[in-house]
Design a protein around this ligand. Sequence first.
Ligand code: AQP
Length: 338
Amino acid sequence: MEKDNAKKIVFSGIQPTGSFTLGNYIGAVRNWPLLQDEYNCIYSVVDQHALTVRQDPATLRKRTYEAFAMLLASGIDPEKSMLFVQSHNPIHSQLNWILACNVQYGELTRMTQFKDKSAKHPENINGGLLTYPVLMAADILAYNAAVVPVGIDQKQHVELARNIAQRFNSVYGETFVMPEAISPKVGAKIMSLQEPTKKMSKSDENLNATILLSDDKDAIMRKFKRAVTDSDGEIRYDVENKPGVSNLMGIYNVFTGKSFEEIEKEFQGQGYGVLKEAVGQAVVDGLAPIQGEYNRILSDKAYLEGVMKDGAMKAQRYSQRILDKVYRKVGFVQLKNK
Ligand code: AQP
């Protein structure tokens, strides 16, 4: 990324906790390449965040390559954007400590994701699960990012990053830019195909609930066919009363560009089976080019590692200046020519 000072900085990350879901794609990843010309974009595979839930080391390593390849296949251009793996830039962890000293325990225990994940993994409520949003604040503030494209579920964490930045600035003087979360108008929360009041999640144990970007045509069509809808038989966009049908319509809208009105007209008088088939086909067609590109990139490990190395170098260089400023502000002794 050639830094253009007039452009705002965008930062976003994704965990290598599994194959990306259609939710990750629509709510986040799909939008990232679209910002590359208007902003200075910085994107990361946030492997350190993944450790908040127990990971098998070999699987984590494999998934990190896969996640990186998927971001490239989705259209992130390493010539335009910085793309790197979080653990390859130690500055995130260094800034994390400073920010951790500027956040309150009560603020962290109030986070919805902490409550959800503690309930889901009662055997492993580790310190990282609680302090995850501080590391996420460090991810964002290490680059003074102004814009953070995320799905709705992550908005609360960006809000906390703002509060931490504001607090730091008021204690130590103007240092951080206030980050702002942005989410797509449609698809900021893609729901589970089996429980449409719950978000679609990588780690859902019900395999029919989640479309994975690595799913083949048959799997995608089968999962949509089994999607839970309702019993009134009418194809109408109404999130509150018809969450399953509305979720399908949202996905169809994203892949075809048709408005909800147009979709209602298209399927007027038809059964849910027809809608499910059409949504499945639209997703299959939409994902096919990405999947082809993904397989090609993933098979070229030398290329992947080259891009990772280059991205890590750029990310370190960029964030070092911000960390130096923070260290100066908090009163750490700075040695010349270190
Ligand atoms: N269902 C979703 N709809 C829209 N956006 C979503 N995102 C996640 N799920 C949906 C967005 O994807 C980005 C990356 O997410 P993440 O890797 O940080 O993990 P997550 O939010 O915890 O996603 P998962 O799939 O639910 O992972 P697990 O199961 O490992 O916890 C974020 O911008 C997120 O908003």
